[in-house]
Design a protein around this ligand. Structure first.
Ligand code: AMP
Length: 590
């Protein structure tokens, strides 16, 4: 099936031709003909990155009444980023068509500007549910002429708590409008929306129901809890060309992992809800431009980040909702490319990994964390491959060659290679020499008797743990907010925790960690959440993964995130100097 056979207008065909679309993706082949024939409501189970935007966008554009300056199609999606992306895509599809007006309506930006754009007369509105509902409540938009409603990433919209907004918006669209719902997974609440607001929807599945893209392979690494961070670094070293997202569960964990990686010389930044919108935009921009190798992110912050050529996603910790795994892994293996989803779990979490395998009908492999030798080998080979494909710049190098040839005269080529490798990889080889393999072992959750790591492996990251105390809680205030151990215990007492035995306390500038018995942790966290500290609402989180770490402080709010990073490899203490790409991706003090 080709795009021409769908009967799309020559202008649309020309525009998508210029974008390099040659053959329709499976979801496009299923959806486009149905929409063009107005075949009623539809539920499409499809992953992100499968070409969904064109699947609904091309028929919508093809069927627009260009004379009419009133909304004829409404696209609802979960995030500002996705909203902007969809709008951009629709505008690109309509680049050769006269008189098409699309407006993006989302929170966190001036509502007045958006209202003005709406007033100028648009045919397609792309909106996040919260802002759209707000505009409708103010009576500033009329959806009476809408003929098509698209619910994109419906599962995400509902997970983010947009149910009420969605219902209110759908109630204001005409009963005759056709609704098309896209979702990567089909949990109960999505099925309910479909039942309630759609008329006998036809259900199509592209790929397996609740399953991830087939182009993604899944590698699960089982390690001791204390080795989680070391495993992450080894994997980043093992895949020198890795370009991916490291998913963490909480904002604090995200910031902590990003801080450790930056300190250890990796080219990363963090993306989470404690950053302002403009900070997030900057980080995403840098990541898209590949100025960053890895992005450490929470699920919510990474939503809508549209990058198609990620080689890896890494589940530093599994998501709380197992369905969230599909969304994470769906970020790689997009647009037909291959991708790897890496999962790092401890022994106790192995069962959850199996649960995800069953739920998503996906098979994980369970490789061992690469050994030092395997990492060196991978880096050397990657370097050699790059060397073989480098384009020679004769103009630059030729003038130096005679002298170099003379200096090396008489040396046989094998000797030359040995010397080149020794010199280029001296630090890397020394670094990994004698490091122990990271195996699961049987003592998970307990402190090591002797961990056997090299000094550098132990000296950074969260690998050390002093005592197997109970739970560890983290709060987003620190010495800069006037917190000290006495005030912390006083605050805990006032919150009703006078009987709670508080263990080790670490207070940093903007964040603090303290240990409490496991049995008290949850109730205390809840109580503290409700008890302002010095009149200030505070967030308390389980910092289980932080145990024993030597955490770096959270950056001061308001400071651009990208300024914190950029610890270019080789700049940190005791780190191999950043030279070629393989060195950049080399080990950085596990
Ligand atoms: P989407 O799922 O709509 O975000 O699309 C994922 C990516 O695939 C986007 O970068 C699209 O531009 C690209 N894409 C969509 N359809 C096609 C197609 N038929 N051929 C080539 N690329 C496509």
């Amino acid at each position: 099936m080709s795009f021409e056979e769908f009967g799309l207008s020559p202008e649309i065909l020309e525009a998508i031709g210029a974008m390099g679309f040659e053959t329709p993706t499976p979801v496009q082949a299923e959806v486009i003909p149905r929409l063009l024939k107005n075949r009623g409501d539809m539920v499409a189970l499809a992953q992100t990155g499968t070409g969904k935007t064109a699947a609904f966008g091309l028929p919508i554009l093809n069927m627009l009444n260009h004379e009419l300056r009133a909304p004829q199609a409404l696209v609802l999606c979960p995030t500002r980023e996705l909203c902007v992306q969809i709008t951009r895509d629709l505008e690109a599809f309509a680049a050769r068509t006269q008189g098409v007006r699309v407006v993006a309506v989302y929170g966190g930006a001036s509502i007045q500007d958006q209202l003005r754009a709406l007033n100028r007369g648009v045919q397609i509105v792309v909106a996040t549910p919260g802002r759209m509902h707000d505009i409708l409540r103010r009576g500033k938009a009329d959806l009476g002429g809408v003929e098509r409603v698209i619910l994109d990433e419906a599962d995400e919209m509902l997970n983010m708590g947009f149910q009420e907004d969605l219902e209110a918006i759908l109630a204001q669209t005409p009963g005759t409008a056709h609704t098309l719902l896209f979702s990567a997974t089909m949990p109960h609440h999505v099925a309910t929306i479909a039942r309630k607001h759609m008329h006998n929807p036809e259900e199509i599945t592209v790929g397996h129901r609740n399953a991830g893209a087939e182009t993604v392979s899944h590698e699960c690494y089982v390690v001791r809890e204390r080795d989680r961070y070391a495993a992450l670094k080894r994997l980043a070293d093992y895949y020198p060309d890795m370009y991916g997202i490291v998913f963490c569960r909480t904002r604090l964990e995200t910031q902590a992992v990003a801080d450790w990686l930056i300190r250890d010389g990796y080219n990363v930044d963090s993306l989470h809800g404690d950053l302002s919108q403009s900070q997030r935009d900057m980080v995403m921009k840098k990541f898209r431009a590949r100025s960053l190798q890895l992005l450490v992110a929470t699920d919510v912050a990474a939503r809508g980040l549209d990058v198609n050529d990620l080689t890896h996603v890494i589940n530093y910790n599994l998501p709380d909702e197992l369905g969230g795994y599909t969304h994470r892994s769906g970020r790689t293996g997009r647009a037909g490319k291959k991708g790897v989803s890496i999962i790092i779990v401890n022994m106790r979490e192995k069962g959850r990994a199996h649960q995800i395998e069953r739920l998503t009908k996906t098979k994980f492999t369970y490789p061992e964390v690469p050994t030092g030798r395997a990492i060196c080998e991978a880096q050397l080979l990657s370097h050699i491959t790059r060397m073989k494909s480098v384009e020679l710049d004769h103009k630059q190098i030729d003038p130096f060659l005679p002298e170099i040839y003379e200096a090396l005269e008489g040396m046989d080529w094998k000797e030359l290679i040995k010397r080149f490798v020794s010199l280029e990889f001296e630090i890397l080889l020394k670094y990994y020499r004698g490091t122990e393999d990271l195996r699961p072992g049987g003592d998970d959750g307990r402190p090591p008797v002797r961990d056997g790591h090299s000094r550098r492996e132990r000296s950074s990251g969260p690998g050390r743990r002093d005592a197997p105390a109970g739970a560890r809680l983290a709060v987003n205030i620190g010495s800069a907010d006037g917190l000290n151990p006495r005030k912390l215990t006083g605050w805990i007492s006032r919150a009703g925790g006078h009987n709670v035995r508080v263990g080790r306390i670490e207070i940093m500038e903007h964040r603090a960690l303290f240990e409490v018995p496991v049995k008290d942790a949850r109730a205390l966290a809840r109580a503290l959440d409700k008890n302002p500290f010095d009149g200030r609402a505070v967030r308390v989180e389980d910092a289980g993964a932080d145990r024993g770490q030597k955490p770096s402080g959270r950056p001061p709010r308001g400071k651009p995130a990208f300024k914190r990073k950029s610890a270019a490899r080789g700049k940190s203490k005791g780190k191999p100097a950043a030279k070629g790409k393989s060195q950049r991706a080399g080990p950085a003090g596990e």
